[in-house]
Design a protein around this ligand. Structure first.
Ligand code: R1P
Ligand code: URA
Length: 235
């Protein structure tokens, strides 16, 4: 096993979906994967492997925030040879044109995290971006399934609760669609270690209107995003 994942080599597929919520991982495995088996319960950050449309796929909870997601992305790629990672997360919309439950593909990720500043000695504002091939496949998959999906930049924030909502408005002025908490780290680590990564999100909260879904919704009802993600990752 690696430091944080209790799997043996070969237990994890080269293709992995990454929800932040480990119970969303369980729901995805039970709902969409054939012959799913749980390979890790370490810290209750559940991971499963099964078959989707004849292709082996894993789904691994990654926790909340970039320090947690970075650990799972790093170990999946470096200890288990994972090649493709698609995050299936929730997000808060910061533009009025998005509605609750809309699906977003994050083409790029701005961040207030200091992780990449430390990585580049504060000298370069590294731009974490989605893998183009996965992004293109997700757009095709959404179209084939008749699911409307917005493609655009997001903010990966360190804090869920902010004292500076005005900065969300300013980011929206620059085309940023939504806020979540992991995509910048996922894109950076995948780039660093030669894997492909994409972040798909479902709008669970609307920062402008105050509308929000329930915890059970966030765990068990984001199926359109999951279907796009699975179609994308097996192609
Ligand atoms: O629903 P997940 O995938 O956890 O994603 C979002 O939800 C959490 C905050 O509620 C953060 O992890 C954020 O990125
Ligand atoms: O508002 C939200 C909703 C989900 N995830 C976030 O990070 N923020």
């Amino acid at each position: 096993m690696s430091t944080h994942i209790g799997a043996e080599p070969g237990d994890i597929a080269e293709r992995v979906l990454l929800p932040g919520d480990p119970l969303r991982a369980k729901w995805i495995a039970e709902t969409y994967l054939k012959d799913a088996r749980c390979y890790s319960t370490v810290r209750n950050m559940l991971g499963f492997t099964g078959m989707y449309d004849g292709v082996e796929v894993s789904v691994q909870g990654s926790g909340m925030g970039m320090p947690s997601a970075s650990i799972y992305a790093h170990e999946l790629i470096n200890d288990y040879g994972v090649k493709k990672l698609v995050r299936v997360g929730s997000c808060g919309a910061i533009v009025a044109s998005l509605r609750l439950r809309d699906v977003v593909a994050a083409i790029g990720s701005s961040t207030d995290s200091n992780m990449n500043r430390a990585r580049f000695d504060g000298l370069i504002d590294y731009a974490p971006v989605a893998d183009f091939e996965l992004l293109r496949r997700s757009v095709d998959a959404a179209a084939e399934k008749g699911i409307s999906m917005r493609v655009g930049p997001v903010l990966a924030a360190d804090a869920f609760y902010t004292d500076r909502p005005d900065l969300y408005d300013r980011l929206a002025d620059y085309g940023v669609l939504a806020v979540e908490m992991e995509s910048a780290a996922l894109y950076t680590i995948a780039a660093r270690f030669g894997a492909q990564a994409l972040t798909l999100l479902t709008v669970s909260d609307h920062i402008k209107t105050g509308e929000r879904t329930t915890a059970q919704d966030r765990e068990q009802t984001f199926g359109q995003m999951v279907e796009i993600a699975l179609q994308t990752i097996i192609a």
